[in-house]
Structures are given as structure tokens and as C-alpha cells.
Design a protein around this ligand. Sequence first.
Ligand code: EPZ
Length: 425
Amino acid sequence: MAEKFVIEPSGALRGTVEIGGAKNAVLPVIAAAILSEHPCTLQNVPNLSDVEAMCILTESLGVKTVADKNSGVLSIDASKINSLDASYELVGKLRASFLIMGPLLARFGRAKVPLPGGCAIGSRPVDLHLKGFAALGAEIDHSHGFVTASAKKLKGAKIYLDFPSVGATENIMMAAVFASGQTILENCASEPEIVDLANFLNSIGGKIRGAGTDTIKIDGVVQLEPRTVKHSIIPDRIEAGTFMIAAALTRGDVTLSNVLADHVKPVTAKLKEVNVNVEEGDFGVRVFCTPSAEIIAADLKTLPYPGFPTDMQAQFMSLMSTAVGTSVITETVFENRFMQVGELKRMGADIKIESRSAIVEGVPRLTGTQVAASDLRAGAALVLAALRADGATEISGIHHIDRGYDCFDSRLNQLGAKIKRTENV
Ligand code: EPZ
């Protein structure tokens, strides 16, 4: 049943919102659980359709998962894997499915996974993942849209990533857990989600050092000793950043709890640059606007962590659409991540795309209309823009939003938004 949001302009959002577990941390950790024949328990797991999809995929290989959506606890038992082949249907639903390749290759010496297709934001190749597996001694075969990696025994290697790819760093780190000797990953991604995955791998018996820097060392182990593993997923810094921008855009006063202020530093710095107040403390992070203060335009360039996250670019563009002045927003990570521009322009935004940059001329107000979400973050950006638009906005394609935001509408409504979820007839 296709659903849509109908959003009336809300006043200033006010109150406290609790941030959930990170989608982009829990997905690789669920894949990593395949490495161990001993059960493990994950806590602070968000209730998202992407998480459900990843569980269904691992269950198709023989993994047992039990999710308690109320408590956010996910129990995983990968003791009985009975297939090393992932299906096209299941992998097609979730790009992150490709992350099962490293663990399957590490534990069983083989994995066959459909090549993930592109998506709205880009072609999303996996060449760096495969180069890493090959460097560890795996044989890589492509046929009929599937890629098979196989190796009798993986051997530690020194691998330099052409680009600090998050997924490639995660997949190669997992593949190297049982490789003989040491693997050194250089120019790798340093996102907080990489650190969370490394912490999980170490908790099940892996030997990973340097996560969070541009060089990670993995000392291969022969096997994982039985341990009682309870791993709590880090808070979602992109969900947090999205709520921070919602507060700024509506000129509100919102406190985020269960957030790691360090992880949202790039967003905090940029909000302060555009004249929004941000306070940090044991309580979490508070975002508020001085009533008479105007939000002024600032330029933005997305970069790998600790730069400004590409996953926050669309939301920041919504904020700049009604800022005072001109903002040049440059997307350096993905080749096609301006899908929200056309929809924002239908709401009255003044945006011109020039190659990898969008030139945003702030206008006093956007106007409500019918728009469509094309991907997760573009959809979130449209919700934010609608909060302060003149008149009602209808957003279709909200299944994209549900992939990465748990109860996004009801949590915004608790802060004063006016969002109705209805059938898209
Ligand atoms: C992860 O995707 C996130 N997804 C993305 O979040 C996020 O935008 C991205 O990292 C960058 O931070 C998950 O963690 C599940 P990459 P990933 O490999 O791993 C190129 C969201 O909205 N590349 O760092 O796929 C690639 O084309 C999602 O939550 C290669 O060329 O990102 C892209 O231009 C969207 N070859 C750039 O690197 C490769 O082998 C960054 O990709 C791999 C990547």
C-alpha cells in the first residue's frame, strides 16, 4: 500500500527527541555476525525496513534472528549457515547486502552475491571491495550478473584504497578477520560506523586496530572463541543531523538526547556558521534560533568523515533554500545526489545545478505542493522543507524515508509538526 505524507506548515519545533541506533552501523554489524558460530545480541537497534531486509537476507543463508522491536534488541545466531549464495531478489532490495560477501568469504572461503545495481544517487560500483578481496588472495569471477569470490585460505596483505569507501573498508575488514598474518588497510574510511563495526568484531574475538583513522590493521585469528557478546549500536548521527536541521529550519528549540556530540560536529559547525545556536552537554545537543536572528547562507562541500557528510547534503540544501544570500553546495562523494533539487524548485526554491555544485539563492518562503521522494535523504529533505512552506505539501514515495528513519512523522509531530500519513490513492 503506497503511502504519502500530507504536511501542514508547523510553527517552531520545540521539545526533546531521542535519537535511535545508527542504520549505517547496524547493517554491517548484522553482516559481521555471520563470521561467528556463537550467538550474539545487539542493542539499540533501530526499527527500520532496511534492518528487516538485512535480517531476511541473512536468514536466507541459514542465520536465525529474533528482533524485539520494543526494546531494540536483536539476537543473531549464525551457527548453522546452509547457503553461501545470496538471491537477486533479496540483494536487490538493499545495497548494503553486498556486505555479506566479506564475512562469508572469511568464514567459508566462498561467497556468491548478485552485483548490486545502481540507485538514485549513483552507479554505486563495488570495484574497491573486489580489489580488496583479490589482494587477500581470493579469486573473483563474474557471470550472469553475479560475482563469486573464493579462496582456500586468505592471506593478509597491504591494501591501499583509491577512495576511502565506507562499504569497501567494512567488507575488506571483515574478510581479513581469519586471513593468515596481518592486513593493513590504508586510505580507508574513518566514519564512526567503521569504529562501531571494529568494536563489534573485536568483541566476538577479532583483532582490529586503528578504526577511526585512515589506516586499519587486522591481525588474522584462527577462530573466534565462544563469548557472551552484547553490542550496543551507536546513535545515528545522520538522523541526529536531520532533526538538528528541522529545528533550525523552523526557527525552533529542540534538544536531542542519546546523541554523540562528537559525531555531529561537522553539522554543528555548519549550523553555527549560518547563525543557528548549538549547545552541547551531558543532556545531548540543543539547537535553537535567536528569534530575531536570520539564517544566513553558507557554502558547503561534502567530504568523507570527518568532513560534512554527504548524507546530510539534501537536508542542508532545504535549510539554505530560505536562508538570506547565496549558498554553493558541492557534492564530492556521489555523482548524482541532487535528486531533491527538482522537487525543491517545485516548492519555489531558486536552485541551479552546475556540474557537481548547486547554487542556491535563498527565497523568503517555499510553497506547499505535491512532491515525490526519490531516495532516503532527498525524501527527508522534502519533509524538512514542507515544515515551513506556505500551504500543505504532499510527499509520495515515503517508503524511501521509512528505510532510514523510524517513525519520522510521529517523532516530528511530537515536536509540533503537523504531518499526516495517508494512503496515496
Ligand atoms: C555508505 O554507502 C552509506 N551506506 C551511505 O549512506 C553513505 O552515503 C556512504 O557510505 C558515504 O558516506 C551504508 O553505510 C549502508 P562508499 P557506501 O562506498 O558504502 C564510490 C544513506 O543515505 N565507490 O563510501 O556505498 C561510490 O560510487 C546511505 O544512509 C567506488 O567507486 O558508500 C561513491 O561515489 C546512502 N567503488 C563513493 O565511493 C567502490 O567499490 C562513496 O561510496 C565503492 C565505492
